[in-house]
Design a protein around this ligand. Structure first.
Ligand SMILES: Cc1cc2nc3c(=O)[nH]c(=O)nc-3n(C[C@H](O)[C@H](O)[C@H](O)COP(=O)(O)O)c2cc1C
Length: 364
């Protein structure tokens, strides 16, 4: 029996996702402490998506260095203790037949932010005396509501590239089979890509190949660290939604360059680098951006943003607008979205959990 397109497996390198319903990375601000080590919250949170039938579960933005975290409660992968904590979660995800992925990130000028809840009521930049850190960026341009970042030297850029590769190596040891580089939402690599946040006059600023240099160095370093079997995604914001900013044309060009440097897929999101821009938000509002990149580059793409209905998700994949869908908030409302989608679309899946068999919709 032929399956709905959403339930066709998808293979990149040595990694096969059982369907095209993938969990988008979502920060949880829930490490026990300021040590970047995940715990039971992450086990239950990420594990539930694997029980719920998702093909790929991508763990949240995870700092490649302590200063690369968004908040002091965000996770890291700069040491082996953090790696061991991730392994427990990964083992469970894999035991349920899903692929485990992790988004490796550096928050740049948006780092050292206060977590949005349970942080003694503090908000804005966490100061060094309170356990925060000096944020960094391509240029000394502050993001509104954040303190002024330190302009990275070339030596410091090189150190961060190495940290990204080291974190990717640890991710593979922990069992992750998909590594996603966070180059979106106004974090460090997006800050380099966008002319609105990068005013450098050295090899990392100005022309497109200079603004893309750090991302491509990170991509190549990770590919060298993880071997040929692991899939490597790049999450892009395809537009700053601002005049003179980063846009889908440049995204398509850089996505192809990333492909040449060892990336396998472009995860197309948008925005986050420029505050206060007007965005027309509605169901599937970022799908045209993914379509644009798919049409103008050679890399497979995913789309994300207000995809909440199984039929809509299936239409996107069936019509070739994107190769898979990433789902964020709808997964928080219903971690078993993929099981629901299978029932609604009439997909014949082998991974309905035996424990939940009595809840399986019956064909009449
Ligand atoms: C709680 C929460 C945390 C998020 N954290 C991340 C993150 O760590 N990395 C990232 O690239 N996007 C992050 N996002 C954005 C989502 O991955 C997704 O792109 C966005 O929510 C739009 O998809 P949706 O409409 O399906 O939620 C987060 C979103 C939410 C709701």
């Amino acid at each position: 029996m032929s399956q709905p397109a959403l339930f066709e497996p998808f293979t990149l390198r040595g990694v096969t996702m059982r369907n095209r319903i993938w969990v988008a990375p979502m920060c949880q601000y829930s490490c026990f402490d300021e040590n970047g080590i995940i715990g039971d919250w992450h086990f239950a949170h990420l594990g539930s998506f694997a029980i719920g039938g998702a093909g790929l579960v991508i763990a949240e933005a995870t700092g490649v260095t302590p200063e690369g975290r968004i908040t002091p409660r965000c996770p890291g992968l700069w040491n082996d203790e953090q790696m061991a904590a991730w392994k427990r979660v990964v083992d469970f995800i894999v035991s349920r037949g899903a692929v485990a992925g992790i988004q490796l990130a550096h928050a740049g000028r948006k780092g050292s932010d206060a977590p949005p809840f349970d942080y003694d009521g503090k908000s804005g930049t966490v100061q060094v005396v309170d356990g925060g850190w000096q944020s960094v960026a391509p240029s000394p341009i502050a993001y509104p509501g954040h303190d002024m970042p330190h302009e990275l030297t070339v030596d410091e850029i090189n150190e961060i590239v190495t940290a990204w590769a080291d974190a990717a190596r640890r991710a593979v040891v922990a069992g992750f089979r998909v590594i996603e580089v966070h180059a979106a939402h106004g974090y460090l690599l997006h800050e380099f890509l966008s002319p609105l946040s990068n005013e450098r006059t050295d090899d990392y600023g100005g022309a497109l190949e200079n603004r893309a240099r750090m991302l491509l160095e990170v991509t190549a370093a990770i590919r060298a660290a993880i071997g040929e079997e692991i899939a490597l995604f790049i999450r892009f914001s395809a537009t700053d939604w601002a005049d003179g900013g980063w846009n889908e044309q440049e995204t398509s060009i850089v996505a192809d360059w990333a492909l040449e440097h060892g990336a396998d897929l472009a995860d197309i999101s948008a925005g986050g680098n420029i505050s206060g821009v007007k965005i027309s938000v509605g169901p599937g509002y970022q799908v045209p951006l993914a379509m644009y990149v798919k049409e103008h580059s050679h890399i497979p793409v995913t789309t994300v943003g207000l995809i909440t209905e199984p039929t809509m998700a299936n239409d996107i994949v069936e019509s070739g607008k994107a190769d898979a869908v990433m789902i964020g908030r709808e997964m928080l409302r219903d971690p078993h979205f993929a099981l629901r989608a299978a029932a609604e679309l009439g997909a014949d899946i082998s991974y309905w959990p035996g424990q939940y068999e009595w809840a399986r919709p019956r064909k009449s």
